[in-house]
Ligand binder design. Structure first.
Ligand SMILES: C=C(O[C@H]1C=CC=C(C(=O)O)[C@@H]1O)C(=O)O
Length: 443
């Protein structure tokens, strides 16, 4: 196995002990001082230190504290993380009275993109088992407590306290990251030339923007904004990487696997009639349909070996988000090897899809390392969670940023094909910065 540095933290040599109990949603909301236990309500339980979140349409998981963690890097990062999780779950003592995906022992995770040039630095990919998880799915709400060192767990709602509300970021200013707009457009033009020359068919090129605040940014502020403004996206935070992604790399729920593939974008104007006309333009755009087709094909081909049957719709639908619209395809399949293939293994097989890498994958990731002039870190890598049964959800870390004290580094990328226009791609990247950019503002 080729890997970089790996480190593991588990306070004692003993197994983890996890207890999941169902709790009354109204009683927990009252304890937290919120009206309802929706995504914002769940966030109100999350302390400033080490929050972990995965929230979508009013439900999901939040966690905090570290019962165990693994840090890994390099090309073997997924294999290593999956093997660690198998060991941890095999040894753990779990009592789970809820039995839903996400209840029982859970790890949140975030993995480096890993292009062909930038090594994904020691310890950059991470799996964290929180000490406390609060989950909601439909009307069912639960609390999981995981202890280390043989301590008796505090059960249910007693483990949850209201957390002080996060302060708004102060004095935020934005500056170019690795490349300014002009230089990034020349990189895009270079990629278009290489595509025309037959080196490859598609490559996704990204850029960054650096926000600096007067004081350390409490990530729970932008998380609250993202949850409010982008409820149909998955709002995540794992160790400083946060965002609201519209793209689900893979969800495995028992024997069913689903993936939401996005590629092909048009900016919204904010006027409903014009946006509807633009949606129709997007659905007919041969440049966007081509870009989308590569992404769908890469996902379908990676899932196929694991599925006994698959549904890949022939044409995409248009996904409307507040800032942009995307061509979208929901791929679904029945996994024939669900007993042996975890959601993380499926994510590893799918990453990088052509929504964030390109076609052919190896040529595109090599080109990204060569010309992008930026280290993606965990941007565009899988982010999500997994439970002890191997079920889980792994989104692609898009519309995302990394917070480090007062600094926040935002990322956005665009699929480049033969017909791409550098100025249009620059405008598209600016529209993709909007969710995090706005989330750093006051309300
Ligand atoms: C790479 C990003 O978006 C991908 C997902 C949807 C649409 C995309 C596009 O149209 O270029 C990208 O493939 C990003 O948001 O940073």
């Amino acid at each position: 196995m080729t890997t970089g540095a790996t480190s593991e933290r588990q306070a004692s040599a003993g197994p983890l002990v996890a207890r999941t109990v169902a709790v009354d949603a109204d009683a927990l909301a009252a304890r937290l001082g919120t009206d309802v236990l929706d995504a914002l309500g769940l966030l109100s339980a999350v302390p400033a230190e080490g929050p972990l979140t995965w929230l979508h349409k009013g439900e999901g998981l939040v966690g905090w504290g570290v019962a165990a963690e693994l840090r890994t890097s390099g090309p073997g990062r997924f294999v290593e993380a999956d093997a660690w999780w198998s060991q941890v779950t095999a040894r753990a003592v779990v009592r789970d009275e809820v039995g839903l995906p996400g209840s029982g022992l859970v790890a949140f995770g975030s993995f480096a993109f890993g292009d062909a040039v930038h090594d994904d630095g020691p310890g950059r990919s991470v799996l964290v088992v929180p000490e406390v998880v609060v989950g909601r799915r439909g009307d069912t709400v639960w609390v999981t407590t995981t202890t280390r060192g043989g301590l008796p767990p505090v059960l249910g709602a007693d483990a949850v306290e209201p957390a002080p509300a996060p302060p708004a970021p102060v004095g935020v200013s934005f500056a170019d990251g690795a490349l300014d707009g002009e230089r990034w457009m020349s990189v895009v033009a270079d990629a278009v030339r290489r595509i025309a020359g037959g080196d490859l068919e598609k490559v996704v090129l990204a850029r960054d923007l650096v926000a600096t605040a007067d004081r350390d940014v409490d990530v729970r502020w932008p998380l609250r904004r993202l949850v409010e403004d982008y409820p149909t996206c998955w709002t995540f935070h794992v160790e400083g990487l946060f965002g609201a992604t519209p793209e689900m790399l893979v969800r495995r729920e028992r024997g069913l696997v689903t993936s939401r593939v996005l590629a092909g974008t048009i900016r919204r104007t904010g006027h409903d009639d014009r946006d509807l006309a633009l949606a129709a333009t997007l659905a007919r755009s041969s440049k966007d349909l081509e870009e989308h087709e590569y992404a769908v094909r890469s996902v379908a081909e990676a899932l196929e070996p694991h599925c006994s049957s698959m549904n890949v719709p022939e044409s995409p639908f248009v996904l409307h988000l507040p800032n942009v619209m995307h061509l979208a395809t929901d791929v679904a399949g029945v996994v024939h090897d669900a007993e042996s293939v975890s959601s993380l293994q499926l994510a590893a097989a799918l990453h990088p899809s052509a929504a964030v890498g390109g076609t052919p994958t190896a040529v595109a990731t090599a080109l990204i390392g060569q010309i992008e002039q930026m280290d993606r870190g965990r941007y565009a890598g899988p982010v999500g969670w997994m439970d002890a049964r191997g079920d889980g959800e792994w989104g692609i870390a898009l519309r995302s940023a990394v917070v480090d004290g007062p600094q926040v580094r935002l990322f956005a990328g665009c699929g480049i094909v033969a017909d791409s226009d550098p100025a249009a791609e620059l405008a598209e990247s600016q529209a993709k910065f909007v969710p995090v950019r706005d989330a750093l503002g006051g309300r």
